[in-house]
Design a protein around this ligand. Structure first.
Ligand SMILES: NC(=O)c1ccc[n+]([C@@H]2O[C@H](COP(=O)([O-])OP(=O)(O)OC[C@H]3O[C@@H](n4cnc5c(N)ncnc54)[C@H](O)[C@@H]3O)[C@@H](O)[C@H]2O)c1
Length: 313
């Protein structure tokens, strides 16, 4: 298979590439990444320059550049991880989010039409909006889209655009919506690497509001495996929820990090505007159709991740 992976120098994209190199060394991968503040070629250490792997510094919202990069590669599949991904930045200014997360997806969908490739969109549980902390309800693939932040609104727009390309042009499109990923290579503005960094520097860890917001955590390798399965067996026009089944409050995550490192303090700060209270995904469709289930026990993966960031310093 010839696969274009966009955003492969970021957190999940780089872990996905590493996963695919090990699971399917015969696949050829072309990585397109603009290398924004969140992209880092160190995340591809040992892969850059290796056979069956090409890196191209390309902006997915630049149509000419994307077409030029794809012309000679002629992919079977385009998997889109590239995005502006930080909610707080989208609240400060949504411009780059609309450009990359919506216009960039349009450009990639057109490129898929042009090359005959199928298209997989990496989406998020945040497109569904939030649930009350007191409920046990979970979002299914047919739940309404009610995004709360400019970030999640652009991701919902991208999902709908991709699905419209399936219906209108018959393009082979799949969408996966995962919960919060944890693992190595995450930019230290996100909760786990930020908390470790602050604690190592002797600074308190900022926790929004009362810290009672609930997120469902999935190991990045479990997410990568789910995407691999969808690429092989997913049906066109379908959406797949990919949750970890590990709901934790932000306070529990920060307290867990403090416990693992044996030091550190938290500091409650003014809540994020429009802060979603609880995300929870029903991943029953992935279980029933493909027999996929997350494998990494949360405690084990979480300790490994915190210790990994602490070791990196
Ligand atoms: N991190 C999570 O927990 C999580 C959860 C669910 C879904 N997602 C989705 O997964 C995908 C990857 O998230 P992440 O956490 O790895 O993000 P990230 O911010 O770590 O990485 C994003 C990557 O995309 C690249 N990029 C940004 N704009 C680009 C552009 N215009 N052209 C080409 N490349 C560009 C960046 O350079 C970076 O390498 C995103 O689509 C995000 O919405 C993330």
């Amino acid at each position: 298979m010839r696969i274009v992976v966009t955003g492969g120098a970021g957190f999940i994209g780089s872990n996905f590439i590493r996963y695919m190199r090990s699971a399917h060394p015969e696949h050829k991968i072309l990585c397109l990444d603009k290398l924004t503040y969140a992209g880092n070629l160190d995340n591809l250490e040992g892969i850059l320059g290796s056979p069956n792997f090409i890196f191209s510094k390309t902006d997915i919202a630049d149509e000419n550049a994307v077409n030029e990069a794809l012309k000679s590669f002629m992919p079977d599949v385009i998997v889109n991880f590239a995005a502006e991904s930080h909610v707080d930045r989208s609240i400060a200014d949504a411009k780059d989010f609309v450009r990359t997360n919506v216009e960039g997806v349009r450009v990639l969908l057109e490129a898929a039409r042009m090359t005959g490739a199928r298209f997989h969109q990496i989406s998020t549980d945040e497109v569904y909006g939030d649930l009350p902390v007191t409920s046990t309800e979970k979002f299914t693939e047919t739940s309404a889209l009610r995004p709360s932040s400019p970030y999640s609104a652009t991701k919902a727009a991208a999902d709908l655009l991709a699905l419209a390309y399936h219906r209108t042009y018959g393009l082979f499109v799949t969408v996966s919506r995962s919960s919060n990923n944890y693992g190595m290579n995450q930019y230290p503005e996100k909760l786990i690497p930020l908390a470790v960094k602050n604690i190592l520097c002797g600074k308190p860890v900022p926790v929004y509001g009362d810290g009672g917001n609930v997120r469902d955590w999935i190991a990045v390798e479990d997410h990568s495996e789910a995407v691999d399965i969808i690429l092989e067996r997913g049906k066109s026009g379908e959406v797949y929820n990919v949750g970890g089944g590990n709901e934790r409050t932000n306070r529990e995550i920060v307290d867990g990090i403090i416990k693992i490192l044996g030091r550190g303090d938290r500091e409650f700060v003014r809540d994020r505007a429009g802060h979603d209270r609880r995300y929870a995904l029903d991943s029953g469709k992935m279980y029933a159709e493909f027999g996929w289930k997350p494998k990494v026990p949360f405690k084990e993966g979480f300790i490994r991740t915190v210790q990994g960031y602490a070791k990196k310093g």
